[in-house]
Design a protein. Structure first.
Length: 203
């Protein structure tokens, strides 16, 4: 998300006007121009069964407007930080920046990567990246509506399973995890674009 928020800034985080919930789920699809209607549809199928115990904050970008309370097209940087800070669970696309932000807020992100064959992105880097992170235990990967529903239900039952480094004195472990994410990103870039990476390092 852009710190400037010059184009897509939203002043406040939408809140549902209902009874207090036991958990808050933040969903962030980023600012990519491609629609991510598939994830929106999965959320619309899942949410009615848990509406009495879960609040949703859905940042849906250029996707269709969800038939869900708590939906806004864009959140500026500060609003996104606030939402991540108070969320029980974070669901996001496979964008490295969004994943890293979620982990900085001590969340184990639930990641649904964009699929280029469905017109959700220009290439498959999100799918490759998310699968690599999942293999390293750094995200919870969901590539079907059943997997997403299972992850969200598990997270609402036991939020601690989707928190990282929450115990006192865990800053070292948290920073190590962030560094590991950076190494994985660099490895993917190097393998996919070796000449570009060498040129960048030569500068």
């Amino acid at each position: 998300m852009s710190r400037s928020g010059s184009v897509h800034a939203t002043v406040r985080i939408p809140r549902q006007r209902s009874a207090p919930r036991t958990g808050t789920v933040l969903v962030a699809v980023g600012t990519d121009r491609h629609r991510f209607d598939r994830l929106i549809g999965w959320l619309e199928e899942w949410y009615p069964a848990v509406a009495d115990r879960a609040e949703l904050i859905v940042q849906y970008g250029h996707s269709r407007t969800p038939a869900l309370a708590g939906a806004t097209a864009f959140l500026d940087h500060d609003a996104l930080q606030q939402a991540m800070a108070r969320a029980s669970l974070v669901v996001c696309h496979g964008g490295p920046a969004t994943i890293l932000e979620a982990r900085r807020h001590r969340h184990l992100p639930i990641v649904v990567p964009r699929d280029p064959t469905l017109g959700e992105h220009v290439d498959d880097h999100q799918m490759l990246f998310a699968r690599r992170l999942a293999a390293a235990g750094l995200v919870r990967l969901c590539e079907s509506p059943a997997e997403l529903a299972a992850a969200l239900d598990a997270g609402l039952r036991e939020p601690a399973r989707f928190r990282i480094g929450a115990e006192p004195g865990s800053d070292t472990a948290r920073l190590a995890a962030v560094a590991r994410v950076g190494e994985i990103i660099e490895g993917l870039i190097s393998s996919a674009h070796p000449r570009r990476t060498l040129a960048r390092r030569a500068r």
